[in-house]
Design a protein. Sequence first.
Length: 578
Amino acid sequence: MFDVHKIREDFPILRQQVHGKPLAYLDNAATTQKPRAVIDRLVRYYESENANIHRGVYELSQRATTAYEEARGKVARFLNAPESAEVIFTRGTTEAINLVASSFGRAFLKRGDEIILSAMEHHSNIVPWQLVAEQTGAVIRVIPMNDAGELLMDEYERLLNNRTRIVSVVHVSNSLGTVNDVKRITELAHRTGARVLIDGAQWVAHHRTDVRDLGCDFYAFSGHKLFGPTGIGALWGRRELLETMPPYHGGGDMIESVTFEKTIYAQLPNRFEAGTPDIAGAIGLGAAIDYIQSIGFESFEAHEAALLKHATQQLSKIPGLRLIGTANKKGGVISFVVDDPPISSLDLGTRLDHLGIAVRTGHHCCQPVMDRMRVPATVRASVTLYNTIEEIDALVAGIRRIIADEGSRKSKSQARPAPSRLALQFPEPAAASPQSAAEKLIEDFDFMGDWDEKYQYLISLGDKLPFMPPDLKTEANRVRGCQSTVHLFARRRPGTDDELDFLADSDADIVRGLIAVLEMVFAGQSAREVLAFDIEAFLKRLGLDQYLSMGRRNGLASMIQRIRAFASAFTGAAAPVK
Protein backbone atom coordinates (compact mmCIF):
# COMPACT_ATOMS: atom_id res chain seq x y z
CA MET A 1 0.00 0.00 0.00
CA PHE A 2 1.26 3.47 -0.89
CA ASP A 3 1.57 5.64 2.26
CA VAL A 4 1.28 9.23 1.08
CA HIS A 5 1.63 10.64 4.59
CA LYS A 6 4.97 8.87 5.02
CA ILE A 7 6.10 10.25 1.64
CA ARG A 8 5.13 13.78 2.72
CA GLU A 9 7.58 13.53 5.62
CA ASP A 10 10.37 13.51 3.03
CA PHE A 11 9.43 17.04 1.82
CA PRO A 12 10.21 19.72 4.44
CA ILE A 13 8.41 22.52 2.61
CA LEU A 14 5.03 20.79 2.88
CA ARG A 15 4.96 21.27 6.66
CA GLN A 16 4.48 25.02 6.50
CA GLN A 17 1.41 27.22 6.59
CA VAL A 18 0.52 29.98 4.12
CA HIS A 19 -1.72 32.84 5.23
CA GLY A 20 -2.38 30.84 8.37
CA LYS A 21 -3.62 27.80 6.45
CA PRO A 22 -1.87 24.47 5.78
CA LEU A 23 -0.09 24.62 2.43
CA ALA A 24 -1.85 22.65 -0.31
CA TYR A 25 0.70 22.71 -3.12
CA LEU A 26 -1.06 21.90 -6.40
CA ASP A 27 1.33 23.47 -8.92
CA ASN A 28 3.50 20.46 -9.64
CA ALA A 29 3.32 20.90 -13.42
CA ALA A 30 5.29 24.11 -12.90
CA THR A 31 7.82 22.64 -10.47
CA THR A 32 7.87 19.89 -7.88
CA GLN A 33 9.04 20.21 -4.30
CA LYS A 34 12.38 18.71 -3.25
CA PRO A 35 12.82 15.77 -0.87
CA ARG A 36 15.32 15.88 1.97
CA ALA A 37 17.54 13.38 0.11
CA VAL A 38 18.07 15.87 -2.76
CA ILE A 39 18.58 18.84 -0.45
CA ASP A 40 21.13 16.92 1.61
CA ARG A 41 22.99 15.75 -1.50
CA LEU A 42 23.37 19.35 -2.71
CA VAL A 43 24.66 20.41 0.70
CA ARG A 44 27.13 17.51 0.77
CA TYR A 45 28.49 18.47 -2.65
CA TYR A 46 29.09 22.08 -1.65
CA GLU A 47 30.48 21.13 1.76
CA SER A 48 32.86 18.37 0.73
CA GLU A 49 33.18 17.97 -3.08
CA ASN A 50 32.97 21.42 -4.65
CA ALA A 51 35.47 21.73 -7.51
CA ASN A 52 35.46 22.08 -11.27
CA ILE A 53 35.24 18.87 -13.25
CA HIS A 54 37.15 17.06 -16.00
CA ARG A 55 40.23 19.30 -15.70
CA GLY A 56 41.70 18.95 -12.25
CA VAL A 57 44.15 16.25 -11.18
CA TYR A 58 43.57 16.92 -7.47
CA GLU A 59 41.29 14.87 -5.20
CA LEU A 60 38.33 17.27 -4.98
CA SER A 61 38.10 17.62 -8.75
CA GLN A 62 38.26 13.86 -9.16
CA ARG A 63 35.43 13.39 -6.66
CA ALA A 64 33.28 16.07 -8.33
CA THR A 65 33.93 14.60 -11.78
CA THR A 66 33.00 11.12 -10.60
CA ALA A 67 29.75 12.33 -9.02
CA TYR A 68 28.87 14.35 -12.12
CA GLU A 69 29.46 11.48 -14.54
CA GLU A 70 27.68 9.04 -12.21
CA ALA A 71 24.65 11.32 -12.48
CA ARG A 72 24.85 11.06 -16.27
CA GLY A 73 24.80 7.30 -15.96
CA LYS A 74 21.75 7.49 -13.69
CA VAL A 75 19.89 9.57 -16.30
CA ALA A 76 20.80 7.08 -19.03
CA ARG A 77 19.50 4.14 -16.99
CA PHE A 78 16.42 6.14 -15.99
CA LEU A 79 15.56 6.61 -19.68
CA ASN A 80 16.80 3.14 -20.69
CA ALA A 81 19.19 4.84 -23.10
CA PRO A 82 21.73 2.65 -24.92
CA GLU A 83 24.72 4.54 -23.48
CA SER A 84 25.43 7.42 -21.10
CA ALA A 85 27.43 9.34 -23.75
CA GLU A 86 24.11 10.03 -25.50
CA VAL A 87 22.91 12.04 -22.47
CA ILE A 88 23.60 15.78 -22.66
CA PHE A 89 23.10 17.88 -19.53
CA THR A 90 21.19 21.10 -20.25
CA ARG A 91 19.50 23.80 -18.20
CA GLY A 92 16.19 22.03 -18.74
CA THR A 93 13.68 21.02 -21.40
CA THR A 94 13.70 24.48 -22.97
CA GLU A 95 17.44 24.48 -23.62
CA ALA A 96 17.33 20.87 -24.78
CA ILE A 97 14.74 21.73 -27.43
CA ASN A 98 16.69 24.83 -28.43
CA LEU A 99 19.80 22.69 -28.79
CA VAL A 100 18.09 20.27 -31.15
CA ALA A 101 16.31 23.00 -33.11
CA SER A 102 19.54 24.93 -33.63
CA SER A 103 21.98 22.09 -34.22
CA PHE A 104 19.68 19.73 -36.09
CA GLY A 105 18.34 22.68 -38.05
CA ARG A 106 21.78 23.80 -39.17
CA ALA A 107 22.71 20.27 -40.15
CA PHE A 108 19.55 19.01 -41.83
CA LEU A 109 16.99 21.73 -42.61
CA LYS A 110 16.78 23.74 -45.82
CA ARG A 111 14.19 25.85 -47.62
CA GLY A 112 10.92 23.99 -48.21
CA ASP A 113 11.55 21.33 -45.56
CA GLU A 114 8.76 20.84 -43.03
CA ILE A 115 8.68 20.77 -39.22
CA ILE A 116 5.60 19.27 -37.56
CA LEU A 117 4.47 20.46 -34.13
CA SER A 118 1.20 19.89 -32.30
CA ALA A 119 -1.49 22.39 -31.38
CA MET A 120 -0.90 21.80 -27.66
CA GLU A 121 2.80 22.65 -27.49
CA HIS A 122 4.42 24.78 -24.80
CA HIS A 123 6.02 27.95 -26.14
CA SER A 124 9.42 26.33 -25.61
CA ASN A 125 8.52 23.79 -28.29
CA ILE A 126 7.22 26.43 -30.69
CA VAL A 127 9.52 29.45 -30.60
CA PRO A 128 12.83 27.58 -31.16
CA TRP A 129 11.38 25.96 -34.28
CA GLN A 130 10.07 29.30 -35.51
CA LEU A 131 13.57 30.72 -35.14
CA VAL A 132 15.17 27.90 -37.09
CA ALA A 133 12.42 28.05 -39.72
CA GLU A 134 13.16 31.75 -40.26
CA GLN A 135 16.86 30.98 -40.60
CA THR A 136 16.54 28.00 -42.96
CA GLY A 137 13.35 28.66 -44.91
CA ALA A 138 11.69 25.55 -43.47
CA VAL A 139 7.92 25.54 -42.90
CA ILE A 140 6.05 24.66 -39.71
CA ARG A 141 2.94 22.44 -39.89
CA VAL A 142 0.62 21.93 -36.93
CA ILE A 143 -1.28 18.81 -35.85
CA PRO A 144 -4.79 20.02 -34.92
CA MET A 145 -6.71 18.85 -31.85
CA ASN A 146 -10.37 18.43 -30.95
CA ASP A 147 -12.41 20.18 -28.27
CA ALA A 148 -11.41 17.57 -25.69
CA GLY A 149 -7.74 18.39 -26.25
CA GLU A 150 -6.82 15.25 -28.21
CA LEU A 151 -4.60 15.28 -31.29
CA LEU A 152 -6.31 14.36 -34.55
CA MET A 153 -4.10 11.50 -35.65
CA ASP A 154 -5.73 11.18 -39.09
CA GLU A 155 -4.79 14.80 -39.75
CA TYR A 156 -1.26 14.10 -38.52
CA GLU A 157 -0.86 11.25 -40.99
CA ARG A 158 -1.99 13.56 -43.79
CA LEU A 159 0.60 16.16 -42.77
CA LEU A 160 3.48 13.70 -43.05
CA ASN A 161 5.25 13.64 -46.42
CA ASN A 162 8.70 13.31 -47.94
CA ARG A 163 9.50 16.93 -47.00
CA THR A 164 8.92 16.29 -43.27
CA ARG A 165 12.28 16.41 -41.52
CA ILE A 166 11.37 16.47 -37.84
CA VAL A 167 8.30 16.05 -35.63
CA SER A 168 8.48 17.64 -32.15
CA VAL A 169 5.62 16.93 -29.75
CA VAL A 170 4.85 16.92 -26.06
CA HIS A 171 4.44 13.62 -24.19
CA VAL A 172 1.94 15.13 -21.70
CA SER A 173 0.37 18.54 -22.21
CA ASN A 174 1.18 20.94 -19.37
CA SER A 175 -2.00 22.95 -20.00
CA LEU A 176 -4.53 20.18 -20.69
CA GLY A 177 -3.03 17.03 -19.18
CA THR A 178 -3.48 15.09 -22.42
CA VAL A 179 -1.21 12.05 -22.73
CA ASN A 180 -0.17 11.72 -26.36
CA ASP A 181 0.57 8.41 -28.07
CA VAL A 182 4.15 9.40 -28.80
CA LYS A 183 5.12 5.85 -29.74
CA ARG A 184 2.55 5.86 -32.56
CA ILE A 185 3.54 9.42 -33.53
CA THR A 186 7.15 8.23 -33.81
CA GLU A 187 6.29 5.14 -35.85
CA LEU A 188 4.35 7.19 -38.39
CA ALA A 189 7.10 9.84 -38.66
CA HIS A 190 9.80 7.24 -39.23
CA ARG A 191 7.90 5.82 -42.19
CA THR A 192 8.62 9.06 -44.03
CA GLY A 193 12.20 9.27 -42.77
CA ALA A 194 11.47 12.10 -40.33
CA ARG A 195 13.11 12.38 -36.93
CA VAL A 196 11.16 12.79 -33.66
CA LEU A 197 11.78 14.83 -30.52
CA ILE A 198 9.62 14.23 -27.44
CA ASP A 199 9.14 16.86 -24.74
CA GLY A 200 8.94 14.67 -21.64
CA ALA A 201 8.88 17.42 -19.01
CA GLN A 202 5.44 16.43 -17.68
CA TRP A 203 5.88 12.67 -18.04
CA VAL A 204 9.12 11.61 -16.38
CA ALA A 205 8.05 12.21 -12.75
CA HIS A 206 4.93 10.07 -13.10
CA HIS A 207 5.69 7.03 -15.27
CA ARG A 208 8.63 4.95 -16.46
CA THR A 209 10.38 6.27 -19.55
CA ASP A 210 11.93 3.93 -22.11
CA VAL A 211 13.37 5.71 -25.12
CA ARG A 212 14.20 2.42 -26.80
CA ASP A 213 10.59 1.29 -26.59
CA LEU A 214 9.27 4.68 -27.74
CA GLY A 215 11.64 4.63 -30.69
CA CYS A 216 12.08 8.41 -30.71
CA ASP A 217 15.30 10.15 -31.76
CA PHE A 218 15.48 12.79 -29.01
CA TYR A 219 13.92 12.99 -25.55
CA ALA A 220 14.08 16.04 -23.27
CA PHE A 221 13.12 16.68 -19.65
CA SER A 222 13.74 19.06 -16.73
CA GLY A 223 15.11 18.15 -13.32
CA HIS A 224 12.94 20.55 -11.35
CA LYS A 225 9.76 18.74 -12.43
CA LEU A 226 11.34 15.47 -11.23
CA PHE A 227 11.95 16.54 -7.59
CA GLY A 228 15.42 17.77 -8.55
CA PRO A 229 17.06 21.21 -8.61
CA THR A 230 16.10 24.02 -10.95
CA GLY A 231 18.38 24.94 -13.85
CA ILE A 232 19.27 21.37 -14.78
CA GLY A 233 17.80 18.93 -17.27
CA ALA A 234 18.83 16.48 -19.91
CA LEU A 235 18.59 15.72 -23.59
CA TRP A 236 18.93 12.18 -24.83
CA GLY A 237 19.71 11.76 -28.53
CA ARG A 238 20.78 8.94 -30.80
CA ARG A 239 24.55 8.84 -31.17
CA GLU A 240 24.41 8.69 -34.97
CA LEU A 241 22.42 11.95 -34.99
CA LEU A 242 24.33 13.81 -32.29
CA GLU A 243 27.62 13.07 -34.02
CA THR A 244 26.41 14.73 -37.22
CA MET A 245 25.10 17.87 -35.46
CA PRO A 246 27.30 20.95 -34.95
CA PRO A 247 27.85 22.18 -31.38
CA TYR A 248 25.20 24.42 -29.86
CA HIS A 249 27.60 26.52 -27.76
CA GLY A 250 31.32 27.09 -28.05
CA GLY A 251 33.81 27.30 -25.19
CA GLY A 252 35.85 25.26 -22.81
CA ASP A 253 35.46 21.49 -22.33
CA MET A 254 33.75 20.95 -25.70
CA ILE A 255 36.98 20.83 -27.70
CA GLU A 256 39.88 18.52 -28.37
CA SER A 257 42.13 21.26 -29.72
CA VAL A 258 41.88 24.93 -30.66
CA THR A 259 44.03 27.08 -32.93
CA PHE A 260 43.09 30.38 -34.53
CA GLU A 261 42.83 28.48 -37.80
CA LYS A 262 40.71 25.50 -36.72
CA THR A 263 38.95 23.88 -33.78
CA ILE A 264 38.46 20.15 -33.39
CA TYR A 265 35.43 19.38 -31.28
CA ALA A 266 35.32 16.87 -28.44
CA GLN A 267 33.52 13.57 -28.62
CA LEU A 268 30.07 13.01 -27.10
CA PRO A 269 28.78 14.16 -24.70
CA ASN A 270 31.32 16.94 -24.11
CA ARG A 271 30.89 18.59 -27.51
CA PHE A 272 27.45 19.84 -26.39
CA GLU A 273 28.45 20.92 -22.85
CA ALA A 274 30.55 24.06 -23.26
CA GLY A 275 31.90 25.78 -20.16
CA THR A 276 31.51 24.87 -16.52
CA PRO A 277 28.20 23.06 -16.21
CA ASP A 278 25.75 23.03 -13.31
CA ILE A 279 27.73 20.38 -11.47
CA ALA A 280 25.68 20.53 -8.28
CA GLY A 281 22.46 20.50 -10.30
CA ALA A 282 23.46 17.36 -12.19
CA ILE A 283 24.42 15.62 -8.96
CA GLY A 284 21.13 16.75 -7.40
CA LEU A 285 19.26 15.40 -10.41
CA GLY A 286 20.98 12.08 -9.89
CA ALA A 287 19.83 12.11 -6.26
CA ALA A 288 16.26 12.86 -7.38
CA ILE A 289 16.35 9.88 -9.72
CA ASP A 290 17.65 7.70 -6.87
CA TYR A 291 14.77 8.94 -4.71
CA ILE A 292 12.00 8.30 -7.22
CA GLN A 293 13.37 4.88 -8.10
CA SER A 294 13.61 3.92 -4.43
CA ILE A 295 9.84 4.43 -4.23
CA GLY A 296 9.01 2.89 -7.60
CA PHE A 297 6.56 4.26 -10.14
CA GLU A 298 4.34 1.22 -9.77
CA SER A 299 3.77 2.10 -6.11
CA PHE A 300 2.26 5.55 -6.70
CA GLU A 301 0.81 5.57 -10.24
CA ALA A 302 -2.55 4.37 -8.89
CA HIS A 303 -2.44 7.05 -6.17
CA GLU A 304 -1.95 9.84 -8.73
CA ALA A 305 -4.70 8.39 -10.95
CA ALA A 306 -7.06 8.38 -7.97
CA LEU A 307 -6.25 12.02 -7.22
CA LEU A 308 -6.99 13.02 -10.81
CA LYS A 309 -10.24 11.04 -10.88
CA HIS A 310 -11.42 12.53 -7.58
CA ALA A 311 -10.53 16.08 -8.65
CA THR A 312 -12.30 15.65 -12.00
CA GLN A 313 -15.44 14.27 -10.39
CA GLN A 314 -15.66 16.87 -7.64
CA LEU A 315 -14.82 19.89 -9.80
CA SER A 316 -17.35 18.74 -12.42
CA LYS A 317 -20.07 19.02 -9.77
CA ILE A 318 -19.48 22.72 -9.15
CA PRO A 319 -22.14 24.83 -10.94
CA GLY A 320 -20.57 27.41 -13.24
CA LEU A 321 -17.20 25.64 -13.44
CA ARG A 322 -16.06 24.29 -16.81
CA LEU A 323 -13.20 21.86 -17.34
CA ILE A 324 -10.75 22.67 -20.15
CA GLY A 325 -9.16 19.51 -21.52
CA THR A 326 -11.20 16.33 -21.17
CA ALA A 327 -9.09 13.81 -23.08
CA ASN A 328 -9.63 10.10 -22.42
CA LYS A 329 -5.97 9.67 -21.47
CA LYS A 330 -4.76 12.31 -19.05
CA GLY A 331 -1.90 12.94 -16.66
CA GLY A 332 -2.28 14.65 -13.31
CA VAL A 333 -3.22 18.05 -14.72
CA ILE A 334 -6.70 19.54 -14.53
CA SER A 335 -7.52 22.98 -15.97
CA PHE A 336 -10.76 24.88 -15.60
CA VAL A 337 -12.53 28.23 -15.76
CA VAL A 338 -15.47 29.65 -13.82
CA ASP A 339 -18.12 31.11 -16.11
CA ASP A 340 -21.01 31.76 -13.69
CA PRO A 341 -20.47 34.05 -11.95
CA PRO A 342 -17.58 35.00 -14.24
CA ILE A 343 -14.35 34.97 -12.22
CA SER A 344 -11.04 35.51 -13.96
CA SER A 345 -8.40 32.84 -13.45
CA LEU A 346 -6.15 35.50 -11.95
CA ASP A 347 -8.70 36.39 -9.27
CA LEU A 348 -9.54 32.77 -8.56
CA GLY A 349 -5.88 31.85 -8.10
CA THR A 350 -5.28 34.87 -5.87
CA ARG A 351 -8.22 34.02 -3.62
CA LEU A 352 -7.24 30.37 -3.41
CA ASP A 353 -3.79 31.50 -2.26
CA HIS A 354 -5.47 33.29 0.65
CA LEU A 355 -6.78 29.84 1.62
CA GLY A 356 -3.31 28.31 1.47
CA ILE A 357 -3.94 26.59 -1.90
CA ALA A 358 -1.25 27.02 -4.56
CA VAL A 359 -2.45 26.64 -8.16
CA ARG A 360 -1.24 28.11 -11.45
CA THR A 361 -3.22 30.68 -13.42
CA GLY A 362 -2.79 32.18 -16.89
CA HIS A 363 -2.03 30.74 -20.30
CA HIS A 364 0.70 28.40 -18.96
CA CYS A 365 3.05 29.38 -21.82
CA CYS A 366 0.51 27.83 -24.20
CA GLN A 367 -1.25 30.75 -25.85
CA PRO A 368 -2.19 28.75 -28.98
CA VAL A 369 -3.97 26.25 -26.70
CA MET A 370 -5.95 29.05 -25.06
CA ASP A 371 -6.89 30.41 -28.48
CA ARG A 372 -8.00 26.95 -29.62
CA MET A 373 -10.11 26.47 -26.49
CA ARG A 374 -11.48 30.02 -26.79
CA VAL A 375 -10.47 31.09 -23.28
CA PRO A 376 -7.96 33.82 -22.27
CA ALA A 377 -6.56 31.73 -19.41
CA THR A 378 -7.32 28.86 -17.04
CA VAL A 379 -6.73 27.82 -13.47
CA ARG A 380 -4.54 24.71 -13.39
CA ALA A 381 -4.22 22.25 -10.51
CA SER A 382 -1.57 19.55 -10.94
CA VAL A 383 -0.83 16.65 -8.63
CA THR A 384 2.04 14.33 -7.81
CA LEU A 385 2.87 11.53 -5.40
CA TYR A 386 2.82 13.67 -2.22
CA ASN A 387 -0.63 15.22 -2.78
CA THR A 388 -3.67 13.99 -0.89
CA ILE A 389 -7.41 13.61 -1.33
CA GLU A 390 -7.79 16.12 1.51
CA GLU A 391 -5.93 18.73 -0.53
CA ILE A 392 -8.25 18.13 -3.48
CA ASP A 393 -11.23 18.53 -1.16
CA ALA A 394 -9.75 21.79 0.16
CA LEU A 395 -9.42 23.05 -3.42
CA VAL A 396 -13.03 22.14 -4.22
CA ALA A 397 -14.34 23.70 -1.00
CA GLY A 398 -12.30 26.83 -1.63
CA ILE A 399 -13.69 27.25 -5.14
CA ARG A 400 -17.25 26.76 -3.91
CA ARG A 401 -16.70 29.38 -1.22
CA ILE A 402 -15.18 31.87 -3.67
CA ILE A 403 -18.03 31.38 -6.16
CA ALA A 404 -20.60 31.92 -3.42
CA ASP A 405 -18.83 35.07 -2.17
CA GLU A 406 -18.50 36.43 -5.70
CA GLY A 407 -22.14 35.76 -6.51
CA SER A 408 -23.21 37.55 -3.35
CA ARG A 409 -20.94 40.52 -4.03
CA LYS A 410 -22.13 40.95 -7.60
CA SER A 411 -25.79 40.53 -6.73
CA LYS A 412 -25.51 43.39 -4.24
CA SER A 413 -23.86 45.74 -6.72
CA GLN A 414 -26.16 47.96 -8.73
CA ALA A 415 -25.89 47.65 -12.51
CA ARG A 416 -24.94 51.00 -13.98
CA PRO A 417 -26.58 52.13 -17.20
CA ALA A 418 -24.21 52.28 -20.13
CA PRO A 419 -23.63 55.91 -21.12
CA SER A 420 -23.68 56.80 -24.76
CA ARG A 421 -20.40 57.43 -26.60
CA LEU A 422 -21.13 61.14 -26.54
CA ALA A 423 -21.62 61.19 -22.79
CA LEU A 424 -18.60 59.26 -21.56
CA GLN A 425 -17.87 59.75 -17.89
CA PHE A 426 -14.13 60.06 -17.32
CA PRO A 427 -12.74 60.13 -13.77
CA GLU A 428 -12.03 63.52 -12.25
CA PRO A 429 -8.56 64.35 -10.88
CA ALA A 430 -8.11 62.84 -7.41
CA ALA A 431 -5.71 65.63 -6.38
CA ALA A 432 -3.95 68.71 -7.71
CA SER A 433 -1.00 66.66 -9.01
CA PRO A 434 0.09 63.04 -9.43
CA GLN A 435 2.40 63.43 -6.43
CA SER A 436 -0.42 64.69 -4.19
CA ALA A 437 -2.67 61.82 -5.24
CA ALA A 438 0.18 59.36 -4.63
CA GLU A 439 0.83 60.69 -1.12
CA LYS A 440 -2.84 60.22 -0.22
CA LEU A 441 -2.81 56.62 -1.46
CA ILE A 442 0.44 55.89 0.39
CA GLU A 443 -1.11 57.22 3.57
CA ASP A 444 -4.15 54.98 3.10
CA PHE A 445 -2.04 51.89 2.48
CA ASP A 446 0.25 52.61 5.44
CA PHE A 447 -2.77 52.29 7.73
CA MET A 448 -3.50 48.81 6.41
CA GLY A 449 -2.05 45.64 7.84
CA ASP A 450 -1.43 42.48 5.86
CA TRP A 451 -1.91 41.69 2.19
CA ASP A 452 -5.48 40.48 2.75
CA GLU A 453 -6.52 43.95 3.90
CA LYS A 454 -4.73 45.65 1.02
CA TYR A 455 -6.23 43.14 -1.42
CA GLN A 456 -9.77 43.86 -0.24
CA TYR A 457 -9.11 47.59 -0.51
CA LEU A 458 -7.95 47.17 -4.11
CA ILE A 459 -11.06 45.14 -4.91
CA SER A 460 -13.25 47.92 -3.46
CA LEU A 461 -11.41 50.51 -5.58
CA GLY A 462 -11.96 48.38 -8.67
CA ASP A 463 -15.69 48.17 -7.96
CA LYS A 464 -15.85 51.98 -8.26
CA LEU A 465 -14.16 52.25 -11.66
CA PRO A 466 -15.98 54.45 -14.16
CA PHE A 467 -17.91 52.46 -16.73
CA MET A 468 -16.04 51.61 -19.95
CA PRO A 469 -18.50 51.10 -22.85
CA PRO A 470 -18.18 47.84 -24.81
CA ASP A 471 -17.54 49.71 -28.05
CA LEU A 472 -14.26 50.98 -26.57
CA LYS A 473 -13.07 47.45 -25.79
CA THR A 474 -11.47 46.95 -29.18
CA GLU A 475 -8.24 45.31 -30.27
CA ALA A 476 -6.77 48.77 -30.82
CA ASN A 477 -7.36 49.54 -27.13
CA ARG A 478 -6.17 46.13 -25.88
CA VAL A 479 -3.14 46.24 -23.59
CA ARG A 480 -0.81 43.38 -24.41
CA GLY A 481 1.44 41.73 -21.86
CA CYS A 482 -1.24 41.35 -19.18
CA GLN A 483 -2.28 38.02 -17.67
CA SER A 484 -5.90 39.19 -17.86
CA THR A 485 -7.82 40.96 -20.61
CA VAL A 486 -7.24 44.71 -20.28
CA HIS A 487 -8.47 47.60 -22.43
CA LEU A 488 -7.36 51.21 -22.07
CA PHE A 489 -8.64 54.26 -23.96
CA ALA A 490 -7.20 57.76 -23.54
CA ARG A 491 -7.81 61.22 -24.95
CA ARG A 492 -6.83 64.84 -24.37
CA ARG A 493 -9.29 66.32 -21.88
CA PRO A 494 -11.63 68.69 -23.76
CA GLY A 495 -10.78 72.36 -23.28
CA THR A 496 -7.22 71.69 -22.10
CA ASP A 497 -3.82 71.72 -23.75
CA ASP A 498 -2.39 68.48 -22.41
CA GLU A 499 -4.49 67.03 -19.59
CA LEU A 500 -5.04 63.29 -19.79
CA ASP A 501 -8.43 61.56 -19.72
CA PHE A 502 -8.49 57.78 -19.73
CA LEU A 503 -10.76 54.81 -19.11
CA ALA A 504 -9.66 51.23 -18.56
CA ASP A 505 -11.20 47.93 -17.57
CA SER A 506 -10.22 44.30 -17.00
CA ASP A 507 -11.91 40.96 -16.51
CA ALA A 508 -9.86 40.47 -13.31
CA ASP A 509 -10.94 42.21 -10.11
CA ILE A 510 -7.39 42.62 -8.79
CA VAL A 511 -6.32 44.26 -12.06
CA ARG A 512 -9.34 46.56 -11.90
CA GLY A 513 -8.05 47.63 -8.49
CA LEU A 514 -4.62 48.39 -9.96
CA ILE A 515 -6.31 50.34 -12.78
CA ALA A 516 -8.16 52.38 -10.14
CA VAL A 517 -4.82 53.23 -8.51
CA LEU A 518 -3.45 54.43 -11.86
CA GLU A 519 -6.58 56.48 -12.50
CA MET A 520 -6.32 58.14 -9.07
CA VAL A 521 -2.72 59.15 -9.82
CA PHE A 522 -2.93 60.08 -13.51
CA ALA A 523 -6.53 60.85 -14.54
CA GLY A 524 -7.10 64.49 -15.41
CA GLN A 525 -3.45 65.40 -14.80
CA SER A 526 -1.08 67.33 -17.03
CA ALA A 527 0.68 65.08 -19.53
CA ARG A 528 4.01 66.63 -18.60
CA GLU A 529 3.44 65.80 -14.93
CA VAL A 530 2.41 62.27 -15.89
CA LEU A 531 5.69 61.80 -17.75
CA ALA A 532 7.74 63.32 -14.91
CA PHE A 533 6.13 61.26 -12.13
CA ASP A 534 8.18 58.29 -10.85
CA ILE A 535 5.43 55.68 -10.87
CA GLU A 536 7.81 52.78 -10.14
CA ALA A 537 9.05 54.40 -6.92
CA PHE A 538 5.43 55.13 -5.94
CA LEU A 539 4.32 51.52 -6.42
CA LYS A 540 7.28 50.29 -4.40
CA ARG A 541 6.49 52.79 -1.65
CA LEU A 542 2.89 51.57 -1.76
CA GLY A 543 4.16 48.13 -0.81
CA LEU A 544 2.45 46.23 -3.63
CA ASP A 545 5.51 45.05 -5.52
CA GLN A 546 6.17 42.13 -3.16
CA TYR A 547 2.62 40.81 -3.64
CA LEU A 548 2.43 41.04 -7.42
CA SER A 549 3.53 38.10 -9.55
CA MET A 550 5.91 38.74 -12.43
CA GLY A 551 2.97 38.45 -14.83
CA ARG A 552 0.99 41.08 -12.96
CA ARG A 553 4.02 43.38 -12.74
CA ASN A 554 4.55 43.00 -16.48
CA GLY A 555 0.88 43.74 -17.10
CA LEU A 556 0.98 46.80 -14.85
CA ALA A 557 4.12 47.97 -16.65
CA SER A 558 2.30 47.58 -19.99
CA MET A 559 -0.58 49.76 -18.76
CA ILE A 560 1.83 52.39 -17.46
CA GLN A 561 3.72 52.41 -20.74
CA ARG A 562 0.46 52.85 -22.67
CA ILE A 563 -0.49 55.82 -20.47
CA ARG A 564 2.94 57.35 -20.94
CA ALA A 565 2.68 56.88 -24.69
CA PHE A 566 -0.58 58.83 -24.75
CA ALA A 567 0.93 61.56 -22.55
CA SER A 568 3.98 61.86 -24.78
CA ALA A 569 1.75 62.20 -27.84
CA PHE A 570 0.04 65.19 -26.20
CA THR A 571 3.36 66.89 -25.47
CA GLY A 572 5.35 65.79 -28.50
CA ALA A 573 7.94 64.19 -26.22
CA ALA A 574 9.20 60.63 -26.42
CA ALA A 575 7.65 58.32 -23.86
CA PRO A 576 10.23 57.05 -21.36
CA VAL A 577 10.79 53.32 -21.59
CA LYS A 578 11.10 51.61 -18.20
